[in-house]
Ligand binder design. Structure first.
Ligand code: TRP
Length: 332
């Protein structure tokens, strides 16, 4: 029997996932579960560094969980849990904090950005900066190191956090022996530029997203608003600079994509028709997930139950690891 590598990733709850999240994060992470032992969790205690609204946080946690389950995460194959249900992670995070050079955290991007913004505005450097933001990378290291993780599928924006995690693991191992597995980031660049409806990278902060499992009419509305040039029906068009075409390539079969490319070049097809076609394509693709999502959101106990089962399995891994760490540092 070949031993599979362990893949782990944290899902930060922040607003309803969109098509860009699906293509860039959810789909590749689910693909990885085919030949990895996967441990995926909702990073709810990371979310409180920014979300300070009880109702919103609760909603976002269910939203994330339902989305991943609807997208095909199979809880019998993937250990799927809430970070907050694993006390071992938080105990480990303190131990790791005591191995983390302060300078390492001073250089972490999100903390540094906050400080720099204050500087630009002439404010006190620490204004509005809480210790949770500063400590964020340590908690993330604990998330990862508590589970003997080999690979961490993440976006480019998390690369530095993974480097910090590796540094912390090395620092610990140097003092106490080879106890922690040093993980690697797995960054899939191939889909990083899923365009939003205005052509910029699809992102909530640009307000240009196409919803994943939202109501059908929202999907239709956002697709109808995708920006194109103003070429008429009969004019030849450039597929490679067209947002509609770019999105089409993610959902259509390769033969359909080549045929569409020719159609663009020869003219005779208007953007209105292309929008309809893209809508039909994405709508058919998300239909099953959308139903599953709606049914899970209407049965939240079912989500709780799945996540609790996952937490039990997760603690069976994190518990012995923490025991080993405690023992190594001299705490029984
Ligand atoms: N920081 C990650 C993000 O913002 C979420 C996260 C928390 C995470 N803990 C993790 C990702 C552990 C990978 C591994 O997306």
């Amino acid at each position: 029997m070949t031993v599979q590598k362990i893949a782990l990733t944290g899902i930060k709850s922040s607003g309803s996932p969109h098509i860009g999240n699906y293509l860039g994060a959810i789909k590749p992470a689910l693909e990885l579960t085919k030949d990895h032992e996967a441990r995926y969790f909702i990073a709810d205690y990371h979310a409180i560094t920014t979300v300070k609204d009880k109702k919103l946080l609760e909603e976002q946690i269910y939203d994330m969980a339902a989305t991943w389950l609807a997208a095909g995460l199979n809880p019998d194959e993937v250990i799927f849990y809430r970070q907050s249900d694993i006390p071992e992670v938080f105990e480990l995070s303190w131990i790791l904090a005591c191995m983390t050079p302060k300078g390492l955290l001073n250089r972490a991007h999100s903390y540094k950005d906050s400080i720099e913004k204050n500087k630009e505005k002439g404010k006190d450097l620490d204004d509005g900066v809480h210790c949770g933001l500063y400590y964020y990378p340590v908690l993330m290291a604990a998330d990862i190191l508590a589970f003997n993780t080999n690979v961490v599928p993440v976006g480019q924006d998390q690369k530095q956090h993974l480097e910090i995690t590796r540094d912390i693991a090395h620092a610990f191992n140097q003092v106490y022996g080879e106890i922690l597995t040093v993980p690697e980031a797995l960054i899939d660049d191939s889909v990083k530029t899923v365009p939003g409806i205005d052509g910029r990278k699809m992102s909530k902060s640009y307000n240009n997203v196409i919803p994943l499992y939202g109501p059908q009419k929202d999907l239709q509305k956002s697709i109808s608003r995708i920006v194109t040039d103003s070429k008429g029906v009969n004019e030849p068009k450039d597929p490679d600079s067209c947002n509609l075409f770019a999105l089409y390539t993610y959902f259509a079969a390769p033969e359909a994509v080549s045929a569409k490319r020719e159609q663009y070049k020869s003219g005779g097809m208007g953007y209105g028709d292309m929008k309809n076609e893209l809508f039909e394509l994405i709508d058919a693709f998300v239909a099953e997930g959308r139903d599953k999502y709606a049914s899970l959101m209407a049965n939240r106990e079912q989500i709780d139950w799945i996540l609790e089962e996952g937490a039990e399995k997760a603690r069976q891994i994190a518990g012995p690891l923490l025991q080993k760490v405690r023992h190594a540092i001299g705490i029984q």
